[in-house]
Structures are given as C-alpha cells and as structure tokens.
Design a protein around this ligand. Structure first.
Ligand SMILES: [Zn+2]
Length: 430
C-alpha cells in the first residue's frame, strides 16, 4: 500500500475525479514494456476479507485477469498478511501461475516513522520467512519493495537500507506508475455488500479514469526524462476491486502501446540503473526520484559554476562583474554590519579593495550545499518533490595577496534561482 503526502487525495478522487482527462495526454509513442507488480499479498486487508473462501475467490479472480493478458507479475508479500496455512496456500496459487514473489516486509512499517534498527529487523523477518517458503518450493527471493514507497527520510536511513538490501541479495523494485488503486477497495466492498450496483459502476468508472491518467502521465514523465520510450512498473494491490477492474484496465493499456513484460526485461533497462538519492518523508515513483536527483545535481553544478565565475571575476580585478552574482536587493552581512542591495555592496568593496593588488586572488569552495524545495501537488492530486528554487551554501573563501599572509574564512550563502540563473540573495561572511 502506498501513501502520498496528500492522504486526502484518495477521498478527493472518489468525490470528484481529477480535472485532467485521458484525452489530454498524447498517446505515448513507441512501445512501453510494462511490469505489473502487486503489493500486500496475499491480500491487502484481512480486516475487510476475514472469510477464507472470499480470500481465495479474490486471489483466483486476480490470477484469472493476469492469465487472460499473458502477464507475468511480481507479487510483493507482506508476511503479516499470510497469517495462516490458508494464506500460504494463496501464495502457492501465485507461484503455480508462474508469478514471482518478493519481500514487502513483515509488518508493513513506515520507514519515515520507524527507527532504522527496528525497521531492518522487520525487513529481515519478512525476508527470512518468505525466503524459506520459496526455498521449499525451489524458488529464490530477488526483490524487495518499500511499504508506502518510503526509502528513507534521512541520508543515513537511505544508506542503511541500501547496504542491507545489497548484503541480503534483495533488489529494490521501484514503481514508475504510482497510482491509488488501493483507495477504491473499501468503498467497492461496501457497495458490493450493500448490493449497490450503481455505486459500483460509478467507482469502476472513477477507477479506470484515475489509473489511465496515472499511467499516461507517468509514462510521459519517464519518456521526457530519458528522451525515449521508457519501460514502466505499475503498482497494483491484491484486493477485490482489482478482480473487477483489471481486465478493462489491461485491455486499455494494451491499446495504448503498453506491452506486458517480465521483471528481467524491464529491470535490465538502464533507466533502472540511474543513481537516485532522494531523501524525503514521503514516497514516490522512480521517475520523481530521478527527476529530483537530477534537479539537485543541476543546482549544485549551477551554484559551483557561479561561485567559480565570481572568484575569477575577483581575481581579474573586476568588482562589478563579481557583484553581478548578487541579486539587486541582496543582503550582505559582515563584521562591519549589514549592506543592503548590490549597489551598496559594490561601493563597500570598492572602498576596501581600491585596486587589483589589494584584491589579490580569490578562491571559493563549497563546503556544504542544501537544496531547498518542497512538495508540489500535481493535477492528478499526487504530491511530488517540487523544483529546487533555492539553496543554502556554506563556502570557504581564501584570499591570496602578494606580501601578505593568506586570509581565509567561511561564508554562509542563500541563493535563489530566478529565470534559470542562480543569484546570491544573502551572504554572511566572516
Ligand atoms: Zn504495501
């Protein structure tokens, strides 16, 4: 099960489908291999479906839809949902149909709310149990998926889980089409039990509408990032609403140029090897993570280039060019007090450094760089990592002048990106 930064999105979807329409998106050009992944096996909610016969009926319904479309899926098992020998029997049905099973932890903990050691222990409990289950059937465990797609809200947590997965032979299976199929389950089951066919029909329409939009927008995003047709991984869940909706969804996907593909083909694509280091409280799709990582790399490169250019301008004795790196209304704080505005800053520098000899040679090095960004909500109601609009930088400056000892100190900068150009908005130097 996934959760977005906007937990209300699911409810909002049900009340009023997104303003965007499938026809607003161009049909993706080229063929897109598509891996189907099914989370929270054997079934997402034991609470909604306590009856073992109903659980088996739902499982067989899901498997029938996959079989009809020749799909080889990867199912991610939350072992807590297995509960009984009957639960293991449901997993056997998946294996008998040629699907692969991966680890989705034991208790489906939220990494953003769980200390690392507790989380790792739960991941390991899920892995060890599922690996033993698979070994008894001549299968091996290869994949892992983070519950809620939350991979770590600190750099340390991100690194610890990556090291753990590598050490235990599990590959993180990311999601590129991050939809909210799970949000339809409870209203669907409620309507079905009440015999409310109109409500079911309406929910079915909303489901198809929402998932088509997610598939098209995610595919457009992946293709834009890589400049070619990209393979996709769709996130679906083991639940009852999907037994009724998958056939229509899969048929529609086939008509839009998606070709169902297995894990080996899809995961071999270089797009799944691009490093991404998204650190955040909320989960998201691989494309969002890669886009964010590229934005951060781009911000760092832009800021480093600006500071290098600024140091060269200084060392050339060109104070006006040096000060052009500041915003018109920048604030400069130093032991002498506050200077407001680029013009005042330039006047102050001209007074302190009257000629090239007094200026010497300047070196600026970035010691720390924190990109500043926040979540944005898309037209489909998903929270995604927003653009990097600003950055906080700790720099080290060194001034080398003939006949004088080198001077050095730290500077704390706030930079903003305006119209694609980085400028210094605030500078505190000592
Ligand atoms: Zn899940």
């Amino acid at each position: 099960m996934k959760g977005t930064a906007v937990g209300v999105a699911a409810a909002a979807l049900l009340l009023s489908p997104p303003a965007a329409r499938a026809q607003d998106f161009p049909t993706p050009t080229g063929t897109h291999p598509l891996l189907v992944t099914v989370d929270d096996l054997p079934l997402g909610s034991n609470r909604l479906h306590p009856d073992p016969a109903e659980r088996e009926r739902i499982t067989r319904g899901l498997l029938a839809a996959l079989r009809k479309h020749g799909i080889h899926a990867v199912g991610l098992v939350t072992w807590r949902n297995v509960e009984t020998p009957a639960g293991e029997g449901l997993l056997d049905l998946w294996l008998q149909e040629g699907h692969e099973l991966g680890n989705h932890t034991f208790a489906h903990l939220d990494y953003s709310r769980t200390p690392v050691d507790e989380y790792l222990a739960d991941v390991e409990k899920g892995r060890a149990t599922l690996a033993a289950f698979l070994a008894a059937r001549g299968r091996t465990l290869r994949f892992f998926r983070f519950p809620f797609l939350r991979e770590g809200d600190t750099e340390e947590k991100l690194a610890r889980m990556r090291a753990w997965l590598a050490a235990t032979g599990q590959r993180n299976l990311p999601v590129t089409i991050d939809d909210q199929d799970w949000s339809f389950e409870e209203p669907w089951v409620t309507a079905r039990r009440a015999g409310d066919e109109r409500a079911q029909a309406r929910l079915g329409e909303d489901y198809q509408h929402a998932l088509r939009l997610e598939a098209l927008s995610a595919t457009a995003e992946g293709d834009a990032l890589f400049g070619r047709p990209t393979p996709q991984v769709i996130l679906l869940h083991g639940n009852e609403v999907n037994t009724a909706q998958w056939d229509a969804l899969f048929t529609w996907l086939e008509g839009r140029g998606f070709r169902f593909a297995g894990a080996d083909e899809v995961m071999a694509d270089p797009a799944f090897a691009e490093p991404q280091a998204f650190v955040g409280r909320y989960g998201g799709s691989l494309w969002q993570r890669i886009r964010h990582t590229r934005r951060v790399d781009d911000a760092r490169a832009g800021i480093e280039a600006l500071l290098a250019r600024q140091a060269a301008d200084w060392s050339r004795g060109d104070l006006a060019a040096f000060c052009a790196a500041y915003e018109e209304d920048a604030v400069f704080v130093s032991p002498k007090g506050i200077a407001r505005g680029r013009a005042e800053l330039l006047a102050r520098y001209r007074k302190s450094y009257p000629d090239a000899k007094a200026m010497g040679t300047l070196k600026l090095e970035v010691q720390e760089l924190r990109p500043l960004w926040g979540p944005e909500v898309t037209a489909l109601g998903d929270a995604t990592p927003g653009a990097v609009h600003a950055a906080a930088v700790v720099g080290k400056w060194t001034l080398v002048r003939a006949g004088q000892p080198d001077a050095t100190g730290l500077t704390s900068l706030v930079l903003r990106r305006v119209g694609g150009e980085w400028r210094i908005a605030q500078d505190t130097s000592f």
